[in-house]
Design a protein around this ligand. Sequence first.
Ligand code: NAP
Length: 464
Amino acid sequence: MPEPLGSAARPLRVAIIGAGPAGYYTAEALLKNQQLHCAIDLFNRFPSPFGLVRDGVAPDHQTIKSVTRIYDKISQDPRLRYFGNVTFGTDVSHDELKHLYDQIVYAVGAQADRRMNIPGEDLLGSHPATEFVGWYNGRPDYRDLEFNLSHERVLVVGNGNVAMDVARILATLPEELAKTDIADYALEKLRHSKVREVIMLGRRGPEQAAFTTPELKEFGELAGVNIVVDPQDLELDQNEQVALIHNKMAERNMEVLRQYAALDKQNHERTIRMRFFVSPVELLGENGRLTHVKIERNQLVMDTYGGLRAKGTGVFETIEAGMILRSVGYRSVPLQGVPFDDVNFKIPNVAGRVMYQSSAEFIPGEYVVGWAKRGPNGVIGTNKPDAVATVASMLEDLNELEGIADDNRDLSKIETLLQSHNIDYVNYADWKKLDDYELKLGAEQHRPRVKVASVTEMLHIIRG
Ligand code: NAP
């Protein structure tokens, strides 16, 4: 009879794929369990950890980024090892990890974007907001993208917090951006930006907007930026007024929007214009490049589930623009050897247990957390209870789990495997070297940090 998994004689071997918030909170929940003996390996695609906190959170939101202190503390636990610069499915396969770990947790987030599915979406100048976010945040695989900042107008589609982030970054004065950890090349490009008007296009009304009040208030605090809202878009019928009483966030948003709509003539050079009840229906271009966006006025109609959806009214308008960023939601992408729900763009699961969708059969020892589990919603903190719930499933399953062969429990096996694949993986101490380097450069320039945005350069700094 083998020793129970998770006992001192047979510590649980766990691989977590993805060192973003969801991955870290999973590690934390496992490490906090007093009864559990475990050894966790955290794999990450880039040498630098922290996922969306580094690559997604806006550079002017440093307070949010301070959550990395918690991840740093979790990383000090000797039961947790970090393997950066390792891509699951390419550098190490699903089958290889299955031999070395009793349990695997996918914490890969949502890497890709949703599309609007309208004509012209692939014209030059039309991008997912996810790319623009990755670009200004110094994400290595987006650093070489080109964005057209030579036209005075950019449209941003969507009314979520990502749309707010990209609109704000486009409108912010360069001298303000220069105080942040925005990627150097992006700062340089934005210094010469000709963009003077950012128009946000919400397909539904302000009451249905997904953005939160602090982000909305930030617009009003931007130096040198006019905020324009049409008071007509804020008029509510009786049903909407009743609904507002039950939606505190929408109520607070409406208050702020009313203040913006009442602003006297503003004379700044830069403008954020918030439009509601409009959808782009076609992107028009010349020589393959975006020149205009055709939009349609919407009305709200009840859908079959009792919600309100936008329906075109047949009233159209064409707006000249040099760029359009669609910020209509992220989506996960399939992982090698792992089931994928390509309707909802998630890893199919119940309570974090990965399952085959067709047979509803669970895959022993495989779990999912974060956006790959529940879809791209919630703030960073949402990932904590989400990870705790998946870890509860992992622990519940231990009695039934066969676990890997004892021959494969040797902690050095994964290192031997990665070396045999010629993978230049980095550990947490290596990351700290890079972190120190970035912080030191930042301090010299009175900035939070100066990001290194190329994997080659990161490895060069780490290897000294
Ligand atoms: P989101 O909050 O889900 O917002 C998506 C927006 O896209 C909604 O306004 C949605 O409108 C709109 N949309 C979807 N399909 C559309 C279409 N075909 N045409 C026009 N509009 C369309 O997603 P997100 O902004 O990507 O944010 C993801 C998550 O990260 C959210 O939970 C967000 O709060 C969080 N986040 C937080 C912060 C922060 O705390 N500062 C910053 C960034 C992101 P409908 O409502 O009509 O569907």
